[in-house]
Design a protein around this ligand. Sequence first.
Ligand code: SF4
Length: 793
Amino acid sequence: MKRRDFLKLSAGASLALAGLRLRSEGLFRKAYAAEAGGEELPGSLGAKEVPSVCEMCFWRCPIVAKVKHGKVVKIEGNPKSPTNGRGDKARVCARGNSGVKLLYDPDRVLHPLKRVGERGEGKFVKISWDEALDEVAYNLKKVKEKYGPHAIAYFDHGASAEALREVFKALGTENYSNEPAFFQCVGPVAVAYISSLGYLTSGTMQYTDMANAKAMLLVGSHIGENVHVSHVMSFVDGLSKGAKLVVVDPRFSVAAGKADLWLPIRPGTDTALLLAWINYVIEHDLYDKEFVSKYCEGFEILKKKVKGWTLEKAARICDLPKDKIEEAIKILAAARPHVLIHPGRHSAWYGKGDVYRHQALAILAALFGSVGTPGGLYFPTHVPLAPVSCVREIKPRSSDTPLKEKYPFSGPIPGSPTHEIIKATLTGKPYPIKAWGICGVNILQTIPNPYQTMEAIKKLDFIFSFEILPTETALWSDIVLPDTVYLERYDDVYVYDGLPECYVTVRQPAVEPLGEARTPLWVAKQLAHRLGFEIFFTENETDIINDKLRALNVTLKDLQEQGGIITLPAKGAYDRENFRNVFGEKGFKVNLAVEDFEDEDFSPVPVFEPTPAPPKGFARLIYGRVPVHTFSRTMNNEWLHHEWPENHAWINDEVAAKLGIKDGDEIVFENQDGKRSLPVKAKVTPGIRPDCIFLPHGFGSLSQKLRRAYRKGASDQFLITHYVQDPFMGASSHRTSFVRIVKDGKVLDIPELRPLPPEIPRFKLAAAGMMGGQCEKMMKKKKHHKRMTIEGC
Ligand code: SF4
């Protein structure tokens, strides 16, 4: 990055607590008596306990895996965790419990596979690791020799991906894409907060003191649906202590259900609302003058630029009552500085304007003086770990890699924007991309316009995946390498550097890998060797862990003996004077107007860039999470599938009445490019705006090899075929596709119940869908492609 340059605690956790109570009440007395006598104890009693770190989502909760007869039988929260509840209050969420069922999923990929049918058809034969690795190395070498290093691309996500990324870097390509973590998620919020506040507080680094907030603002953030245990606990703690809550969301989310004020905003107008609030705060002297004069730069520029943003104007654009907008800002201002303006996480919504939205949130927090403050945003503690890499040498990168050049804030760490890689693969411009490696991510269920992605894959000479499950993307691969589940391997040392206490922990194996699954380091080393790069200096993961821990004067053994967690005091959470920004500069400073943006021809202060409204007859497709699933990754999990096997589509009750749709009716969606969804049941509710349809994300798998998840519910991703790339860093939008309803074979136009203000243009149907249209024709021609498409396409 250039500067200048919930509430639903898991059934399992409850059962764990219940178990402890029963134990103390003596109901298991017989079983415990048996502990001495050697009789088999029931359930997980008497199991070996292995502390580790959950990877059922990215939040990394400390866990204890219980192992009996060589099998993981239960997963619980680590009782030493300062964040997930200590002792018998240690918690994991439903997904955390269900890691057992990922480990023993009968559909797991457990052997190297080679494609024998067409790409996407799902026909593979088992091959040996030697054959598989030779084939991958041969093809990567061949592409590099013929087209250059930049012709190789890598899509990665999660802990597994890191070792293999070093191999791609050594090949000389910068075309690796941290996807979906950056380019489909936190890219805009990262640019906004680092540029404004000098540090990032989003993703896994969420320095939000909700537990001590007197008021909180959530803009499109679905805490309680996107369950991350410690985050939800902090949120609930704050609410239970009386914090007021304002939720801005087109949908009555779980969080909205807890709010003092829910503002069902017109999608795409959040920045208009925030600009009006900023102006109101300045004009009504509701800002923290001492904080602004001491820490902020650019106040006068900001003041001038937001002038004119009245509450009336925002009310009209945002389709909200003016008095409610005013009530909300008064609630927030009254709590300053102990007000938590939540930065959110997933921010790649509309392409244009996403950075400005998050910049406006950061500015509002600064005006309230709620940065480096209890109940607001706080600063992370610096926890020293030795700067250790597992690689000895990385070859110089190709200089001919301009894919990110047009995005001045697309930093070197996350690589190249996902859609730039896909477009170059399709068009051969600015140069051909001919080989893809994929690790830890099902790109067909995470990147907008999967039809375009499939078209790109068809152009490749070679594609391989390193995967746990036979996802859609794995079915499109030439070689599939079996990855380990997190319960089968060591990963990195993990640091939690927030409140109330910091800790250091490590992911470690509870059991040996099943089948022929191999660890990421083993695979990366084998591949590197075949490619002629002896870049890995370490024999095993534990060497790296011990090297990293050395700075703390502890070893892996110490950590293991201390229950898998070493706690450290949090320091400097509110210390603005000694704060160091991400560039290492000491002292806290807020840029209310960002010069770096201006230098790159962007506005230094947030501006409202309206996103086109739905075309006539369509509603905007919005999506979100359900608390028991992590995207498409957990849909095949037996326990989680049992809890939530398919999604329902939220439809406004007035719209449904006009269309004759009743709750539970089976419907299909058709998007602006004519793409149709699988059938899904309607959830008719007043809890969503009439111009929106909501689909929980991750359902509707199209991989016939995922036997539980296959065709259960409808995939929002396969309806998101129109995207806009963020001009700052190239992230691609997810809320710029539109749908109408098909019922009993009849296409139903969605009535427009909320007229548009003149400031908001309407989406032009003809402008979108070129790739989708081409793909559709091809799919009709080829039988095997029908397996990877959706009814009606
Ligand atoms: S929030 Fe749940 S799934 Fe995510 S890491 Fe924690 S226990 Fe695991």
